[in-house]
Design a protein around this ligand. Structure first.
Ligand code: ADE
Length: 427
């Protein structure tokens, strides 16, 4: 008979504490790929830069996030963690953090919208002094429903493009009530996480959900930002014919010169076998596109929110729907036309797979750790604005990553430095 599990004694809401051992094993596996975050954790253990801070984190609850939590805890922070997406939580990781690390986690894979926000509110219930968000749902909740907590908050960090866009809109409106560091915009974040992380993990999600052969298939990529670029290149690497759709003329030229076919979505619709949205905008794949798609076309999203595919419109149009494979819903548009949507249009890389590999999250989460330290050091000195990641911190993460990879680089000579600082030299 299975041993009865003791109930956790700290505030939390998780699916199953008995999964903790597996969560620990997988978190340790990821840690081996996160040498930069580990070094920062070791430094934090000595210097305790976050001592006295209560940090509310709203992030995808993955093995990589677990390692970030350990670094922040080593830095002296008291922590609460909730999920930044209802489908991205790894229940074993949540159990490990609660049971073995004493970190309060409020996250269960597959929760409904009400429980998703209940978890965000529970994460805020300990009166945080700092926030760490991925997509801005925590910050928005604070600024709308929990305004009484705002005066106690020294600062926050934001992990993703979508979140930074929302924060900039708040700042422009004069609504932002504390300083936030846009970690997403660090070079060591978006250059690698958004490009190579999303590139690989989106492929991973599609393959785990469908087991499709991509070679020879036509893949339509909506959006040619860092994530779209990364994914388009990986899909091409697997032998797919890739079509890019864009609204930004410069990005469209870049896609053309990178060797991709660029078309409006309506023209791409009848050609694609797989459609992937990575835009951050709504209804990028709309009903009038779906009506033109081939029978059996697969549609998925790798942008932060589940708004990029017009699922509401699809549901209204469809005669019937059924789950044809775990995470794959087939909608019948007419007798011989069906489209298949992966994981309800939620982030396919985190909902059908495990998100980005640890080696790339290593830099993103080293950035997060250093941004938290920066906010603690500068508490009370910053304006209520969106701040870029300080360049010296960005560079420090790059240098640490290179060192961990055993890659050495050159240094400018004094003569070269002087040349770069001068304007007298010419032809
Ligand atoms: N975002 C994308 N991949 C992730 C991961 N593995 N962990 C946390 N957040 C992520």
């Amino acid at each position: 008979m299975a041993k009865k599990q003791a109930k956790p004694t700290i505030p939390c809401d998780i699916a199953d504490p008995s999964l903790a051992a597996e969560g620990r094993r997988r978190t340790e596996w990821a840690a081996a790929e996160m040498p930069v975050t580990r070094q920062i954790m070791e430094q934090f253990r000595r210097t305790k830069p976050l001592k006295g801070h209560r940090l509310a984190a709203c992030l995808h609850v993955t093995t990589e996030t677990a390692n970030l939590m350990l670094a922040l805890k080593a830095g002296g922070a008291e922590l609460r963690l909730c999920a930044s997406n209802p489908l991205s939580t790894q229940n074993d990781v949540a159990a490990h953090l609660v049971k073995h690390q004493g970190i309060s986690v409020f996250a269960i894979h597959g929760v409904n919208n009400r429980d998703y926000y209940r978890h965000i509110n529970a994460t805020l219930d300990f009166n945080p002094t700092m926030t760490m968000d991925d997509g801005c749902d925590l910050v928005t909740t604070l600024h709308t429903k929990r305004r009484n907590l705002l005066p106690g908050i020294a600062g926050g960090t934001e992990e993703t493009t979508t979140g930074v866009i929302r924060l900039r809109a708040m700042e422009a409106d004069g609504a932002l009530a504390y300083p936030v560091v846009a970690v997403n915009d660090a070079m060591t974040k978006h250059f690698f996480d958004n490009r190579y992380g999303t590139g690989q993990s989106t492929i991973d999600g599609i393959l785990r959900a469908t087991n499709l052969l991509l070679a020879g298939r036509t893949v339509v990529v909506a959006g040619y930002g860092w994530c779209g670029r990364g994914f388009a290149n990986r899909a091409r690497g697997l032998g797919a014919h890739v079509i890019v759709t864009e609204v930004d003329p410069t990005k469209a030229i870049e896609a053309v010169m990178d060797g991709f076919r660029v078309l409006p979505m309506l023209d791409a619709a009848p050609l694609g076998d797989v459609f992937v949205t990575l835009t951050g905008d709504i209804n990028v794949v709309d009903v009038h596109h779906m009506k033109k798609m081939k029978d059996g076309a697969i549609i998925c999203n790798s942008g932060h929110f589940d708004v990029e595919i017009n699922l509401k419109g699809l549901k209204a149009l469809a005669k019937s729907s059924r789950e044809v494979r775990r995470g794959v819903t087939e909608y019948e548009l007419s007798r011989n036309r069906h489209v298949r949507v992966l994981v309800d249009g939620r982030l396919v890389n985190l909902s059908a797979a495990e998100g980005h590999p640890a080696a790339v999250m290593d830099m993103s989460f080293a950035d997060q750790s250093l941004a938290a330290e920066y906010l603690a050091k500068n508490a009370g000195k910053l304006k209520n604005s969106v701040y870029p990641m300080p360049v010296e911190l960005d560079e420090r993460v790059a240098r640490l990553k290179l060192k961990s990879l055993g890659v050495a680089i050159d240094k400018l000579t004094p003569e070269q430095k002087a040349y770069l600082a001068s304007y007298e030299h010419g032809t």
